[in-house]
Design a protein. Structure first.
Length: 205
């Protein structure tokens, strides 16, 4: 994570470094991203960057953490509803708002995509192990569904996560064009998730 010298910089310079790091990690996964390209675009000496971050991985971890913090804040209105709606309604709200996040903050979204698509599993696992990003949100949602009885206890949690994640990724990444109507796509997301809901509802005897 950043050294104290980074936080001693003027806010404008901190934002400049973050912006150019965000651009690079949105364009390339971690293993292909270039620290040299970041410092070149930010117009700072590479030696100076090492005064702020230990290495490229240190900078990357900081960017990923900031990106997920931004996403958590954006999704907070969804979590504020978790005591009022069931699992399926919450999932619909979650993926609708996640789509809006991707459209409103495309660079942030692309960093998350590259994070999961990166072939450098060691870096990804290190970030996950240190809990620098939160990945339990879906599990928490599903647990509420199981406890409330709207999700069958026979459901394989890993399989449910895989299906929802794959479907949601398609619903988000394939509809980022600004010409897509928000209201109609929200309805489409809900329709697709309703198909999944039918497979998770408890079977009536």
């Amino acid at each position: 994570m950043p050294k104290p010298t980074f936080f001693n910089l003027p806010e404008e310079k901190r934002n400049l470094i973050f912006h150019h790091a965000l651009l690079e990690f949105a364009q390339f996964p971690y293993e292909q991203a270039s620290l040299s390209a970041i410092v070149s675009r930010a117009a700072i000496a590479k030696g100076s960057m090492y005064q702020y971050f230990a290495d490229k991985k240190d900078l990357y971890k900081y960017v990923v953490q900031e990106v997920y913090q931004k996403k958590r804040e954006f999704l907070q209105p969804v979590w504020d509803q978790k005591e009022k709606v069931n699992f399926f309604e919450l999932a619909s709200l979650y993926y609708q708002r996640s789509w809006h996040f991707a459209r409103q903050y495309p660079l942030y979204h692309q960093v998350t995509v590259n994070f999961w698509d990166s072939r450098d599993a060691a870096v990804r696992e290190e970030i996950l192990r240190k809990k620098e990003i939160r990945i339990t949100e879906f599990s928490d949602m599903l647990e509420l569904g199981l406890l409330s009885g709207v999700v069958t206890p026979e459901a394989d949690k890993d399989a449910v996560w895989f299906v929802y994640h794959a479907v949601a990724k398609a619903l988000i990444d394939n509809f980022l064009d600004t010409s897509v109507n928000a209201e109609s796509h929200e309805a489409y997301i809900n329709s697709v998730l309703t198909v999944l809901e039918r497979g998770l509802r408890p079977r009536k005897e």
